[in-house]
Design a protein around this ligand. Structure first.
Ligand code: MN
Length: 158
C-alpha cells in the first residue's frame, strides 16, 4: 500500500503539510487549518510542490534563511489506499488526475475514508478541499487539539 504523512510545520504561519504517495512522489497539499475527523468540515488544501518520498521521514528544524524555516514534526503517518467503487478511478494516479481522490487512511490519528477534491474556483486551480467521509471513525472531537504532538517522538509544536 502507498504511504501518507502529515507534517505539522511552524513556518511563518502554522500549517499542516498533507502528502500522499502517488506515482513515485509525495503529492503535497498545505492545509492551513489542518485535517478534521468531522465530516461536516471542509478544509482548504492548497496543492504545493511534489516532495521526494524520503521526505516523509523528516522531522526537525528547517534552518533560518531556508524556504519554510521553522519546526516540523511528523503529526501522522501510515498507509492509505484508494477507496474503490464502480464509478471512481482505481489508481492513485488516475484519481489525482481526475481531481477527486477518494481514499482510506490507516494512520495513528487519521483513520477511515476521506476525499480530496479539486475546486473549480476561477484562478484558484491549486485549491482542493479535504473532507472526512462518513464512517465509524468520524468524531466531534478536535483531533488537532487532542493529539498535537509527533507520532515518532516526544516533540510537539504548540
Ligand atoms: Mn510546510
Amino acid at each position: 500500500m502507498p504511504v501518507f504523512v502529515v507534517q505539522k510545520h511552524k513556518a511563518t504561519a502554522l500549517h499542516y503539510d498533507f502528502r500522499l504517495e502517488i506515482a513515485g512522489v509525495l503529492k503535497s497539499w498545505v492545509i492551513p487549518k489542518g485535517p478534521s475527523m468531522d465530516s461536516d468540515i471542509k478544509r482548504l488544501a492548497i496543492e504545493t510542490d511534489d516532495h521526494n518520498l524520503s521526505y516523509r521521514f523528516f522531522e526537525g528544524d528547517i534552518p533560518k534563511g531556508s524556504y519554510g524555516a521553522g519546526e516540523v514534526i511528523i503529526w501522522d503517518k501510515g498507509n492509505y489506499e484508494i477507496y474503490k467503487d464502480n464509478e471512481s478511478p482505481q489508481t492513485p494516479e488516475e484519481s489525482y488526475k481526475s481531481g477527486k481522490i477518494e481514499f482510506i487512511l490507516y494512520g495513528k490519528k487519521l483513520k477511515g475514508r476521506f476525499v480530496l477534491v479539486k475546486t473549480d474556483m476561477p484562478g484558484k486551480n491549486k485549491n482542493w478541499l479535504l473532507i472526512k467521509r462518513h464512517d465509524k471513525y468520524i468524531t466531534g472531537e478536535d483531533i488537532l487539539k487532542k493529539k498535537p504532538g509527533s507520532v515518532i517522538s516526544l516533540r510537539r509544536i504548540d
